[in-house]
Design a protein around this ligand. Structure first.
Ligand code: FMN
Length: 382
C-alpha cells in the first residue's frame, strides 16, 4: 500500500498497520476496557445531520479560526500525543513541520520524544505545550518556566489522566516503555523490517521534557512509573488555580466533560477547555465530547474558548462540532496513523485531505466563514 492510495482515515490506518509492529499499532489504535467510548466518539457524529443552505455565493471560503489567542488557518489542530518517534523516526519533527505548513496548531506532549525547544524552532506558528500535574510542585513550575523561555504561548494541562486507563491490548502485547515485550510481541517487531530499520538507524529514543526529572533505569525511563510515582492524584482546583495564576497567559484544561467543571475552569481564570475523553483511552463508558458539547457551549461558550477532540475522521465531523459552538477541533489518531504510515508526507497528506474536505463541505453547506456555521444548520435525530 502506498501513500497515494490513502484517501481517508481508514486508508491511513490500514497503511500504518502494515508498517508498524503489532504492539505499537495497538498502542495507538487501542483504548480502555471494552473500547466502547472509543467507538462511540466517532459514532456520536452520526446522531445529527447537516442541513445545507444553497445559492449563497461560496467561491471563496475562509476557514481560519482564533483560539487561545492564536490564529489557525484551519479549524483543526494536532492534539498532543506521546512517544511520536516510536511511531515513525521523524516523530514530532514531522508533525510540527506539517502543522506549520498548514498554518495550524500542534501540541507538544510532556511525554514527547523531541524537546519543546526544538519543536519551537521547527515552527514558530501556533503551538501548545501539554503537561501533567506532578507531586513535585517545583517541577510543575520549572516546566512552565521552561515553556515560557522557549516562547510557548499556551499551556494545556491534561486533567483526565489522574491514573492510567486500563488498556488491555497493551497488557496482551507487553507494550511498555522501556519495552517489556513477550515472545509474540517480539515476533511482531521481527516481521516489520522497515519500521525496525528506521528505529535502529536514528538517534536513541529520549523523553527530553522529563529526563532531567525522572530517574533512569539503565538509560531507559519507565512511563508506568512516571504515572504512578510522579503524578499527583490529589490534584485539586486550588492547585490548578495557582498554576493558572503563575503562568499568567493562555491556559487550558484538557479533559473537561461536565458543565460544573467547565464553569470552574472559567472561575479560576482558564482561557480554554478541551472537551475530551482522551480518545477513549481513560474512562471507558464516558460520554463522547461531541454529545456533551452543546451544554458546555451554552454554559461557558461566551467566556472561554471551548474546543473538543475524539473520533474526528471527516471534514463533516468538524463542521458539526463547529456548528454546535466549538472554536476548534483536535485530531489524534487522524494524524498519528499517517505519521506512522509515511512520516511528514503522511501528516501533510492527512492535513491536506482534511483541509480539502472542510473547504468542500463548507461550500456545500453554503458557508464562507466558520462563524456562519450555527445550530440552524444542524438537526438531531430523535
Ligand atoms: C497514541 C496516543 C497518545 C496520546 N498521548 C497523549 C498525551 O501524551 N497527552 C495528552 O494529553 N493526550 C494524549 N492523547 C490523547 C489525544 O491528545 C487526543 O485527546 C485523542 O487522541 C483524541 O481522540 P482521537 O484519537 O480519536 O482523535 C494520546 C492519544 C493517542 C492515540
Amino acid at each position: 500500500m502506498r501513500l497515494t492510495d490513502c484517501y481517508n482515515f481508514h486508508d491511513f490506518r490500514r497503511m500504518a498497520k502494515q508498517r508498524l509492529p503489532g504492539p505499537i499499532f495497538d498502542y495507538i489504535d487501542g483504548a480502555a476496557d471494552d473500547e466502547v467510548t472509543y467507538r462511540r466518539n466517532t459514532a456520536a457524529f452520526e446522531n445529527c445531520d447537516l442541513v445545507p443552505d444553497v445559492l449563497k455565493g461560496v467561491a471563496e471560503v475562509d476557514m481560519s479560526v482564533t483560539v487561545m489567542g492564536q490564529k489557525l488557518a484551519m479549524p483543526v489542530y494536532c492534539s498532543p500525543t506521546a512517544l511520536q518517534r516510536l511511531f515513525h523516526h521523524q516523530g514530532e519533527r514531522a508533525v510540527a513541520a506539517a502543522a506549520a505548513k498548514y498554518g495550524t496548531m500542534f501540541g507538544v506532549s510532556s511525554l514527547g520524544t523531541i524537546s519543546l525547544e526544538e519543536a519551537r524552532q521547527i515552527s514558530d506558528g501556533p503551538q501548545v505545550y501539554q503537561f501533567y500535574f506532578h507531586k513535585d510542585r517545583g517541577l510543575n513550575h520549572e516546566m512552565m518556566a521552561r515553556a515560557k523561555t522557549a516562547g510557548v504561548q499556551a499551556m494545556m494541562l491534561t486533567v483526565d489522566s489522574i491514573t492510567g486507563g486500563n488498556r488491555e491490548r497493551d497488557k496482551r502485547t507487553g507494550f511498555a516503555i522501556p519495552f517489556k515485550l513477550n515472545l509474540a510481541g517480539m515476533m511482531q517487531f521481527a516481521i516489520k523490517p522497515s519500521w525496525a530499520i528506521g528505529w535502529m538507524t536514528h538517534e536513541a529514543f529520549r523523553l527530553p521534557q522529563l529526563e532531567n526529572h525522572v530517574k533512569m533505569d539503565g538509560g531507559a525511563l519507565s512511563i508506568s512509573r512516571y504515572f504512578t510515582e510522579m503524578l499527583d492524584p490529589s490534584m485539586s482546583w486550588n492547585d490548578v488555580a495557582e498554576m493558572v495564576q503563575a503562568w499568567g497567559g493562555q491556559f487550558c484544561l484538557k479533559g473537561i466533560m461536565s458543565v460544573e467543571d467547565a464553569k470552574r475552569a472559567v472561575e479560576i481564570g482558564c482561557t480554554g477547555i478541551v472537551l475530551s475523553n482522551h480518545g477513549g483511552r481513560q474512562l471507558d463508558g464516558s460520554r463522547s465530547a461531541f454529545d456533551q458539547l452543546a451544554e458546555i457551549v451554552d454554559a461557558v461558550g461566551d467566556r472561554i474558548d471551548v474546543m473538543m477532540d475524539g473520533g474526528v475522521q471527516r471534514g463533516t465531523h468538524v463542521l458539526k462540532a463547529l456548528s454546535l459552538g466549538a472554536k476548534a477541533v483536535g485530531l489524534g489518531r487522524y494524524y498519528l496513523f499517517p505519521l506512522a504510515a509515511a512520516g511528514q508526507p503522511g501528516v501533510e497528506r492527512a492535513l491536506e485531505t482534511m483541509r480539502t474536505e472542510i473547504e468542500r463541505d463548507m461550500k456545500l453547506m453554503g458557508c464562507t466563514s466558520v462563524d456562519q456555521l450555527t445550530r440552524r444548520n444542524l438537526r438531531f435525530r430523535s
